[in-house]
Design a protein around this ligand. Sequence first.
Ligand SMILES: [Zn+2]
Length: 275
Amino acid sequence: MPEIPELEHIARLLSDRLSGRPISNIDIQKPIVIRLPREDFEAGLLGAEFTSVERTGKFLLFHTNRDSVMAVNPMLTGRFQWTSGPHGKSKAHARTCFTLKFQNSEEDFGIRYIDERYLGKVYLVDADDLDRVPVLNEQGPDALDPSLDQEEFLKRLKRYRGQVKNALVNAKFIAGIGNAYSDEILFNAGIHPFTKISTLPDERRIELYEAIHETLNWAAEIAAREIDQQVDKKPRDFLNVHRKGGDPCPRCGSPISEVAPNRRVTSFCRTCQPS
Ligand SMILES: [Zn+2]
């Protein structure tokens, strides 16, 4: 699933290219992802303009000039794709859910929302009603929110009893981190993913807080470079451990372990992350 490093760049790209252009056409192929009557979705967006696209947690919030917000929760497999690129019109993906076209000098300029598993959810609400959007209204502070300082992080962590990886991917704890970057953060912090939070001394909790910022900022820079203009791309090859089971650990050379409790792949180095 897309996480903070990719979504940061994608939000900026969408904001730059879509803002201030009236939506001229809406084509809905798979209404299941749209969590309101399709007529309301169409009427709400047709002729409107996005004024900015913002990321919070794993949500993308498309603010409009009608004081409304299209809130997109891409879940596991949702993503956007331009309808046309530098090489002309791009072929529509079979799992396209809806397409928005924009008035533009380029012909057919627009975005498609694609979802392999149709699990994503798209809402259109008044800007004042964002707290009615499911999941969004329950999420904790964004992992990169400046108000989530070390003190606040430690305070929030105290409320969690379970394994450290489970807390990192829990949006109610902090938002924007998923399976891939939780593995990377724990590798950088040298913490075993299944360690119980209650057993972590304060200095290791602080190391975890620092690893969150270091890892996400490091990855955001690389993801931005690799995605460039391709909003549908999710570069992950550069990661240190996630999905690198069997490969040598980049730090110590021993093989990276990969386990999948509850069908969620967790990758880590037993030498660098002993406990
Ligand atoms: Zn190692």
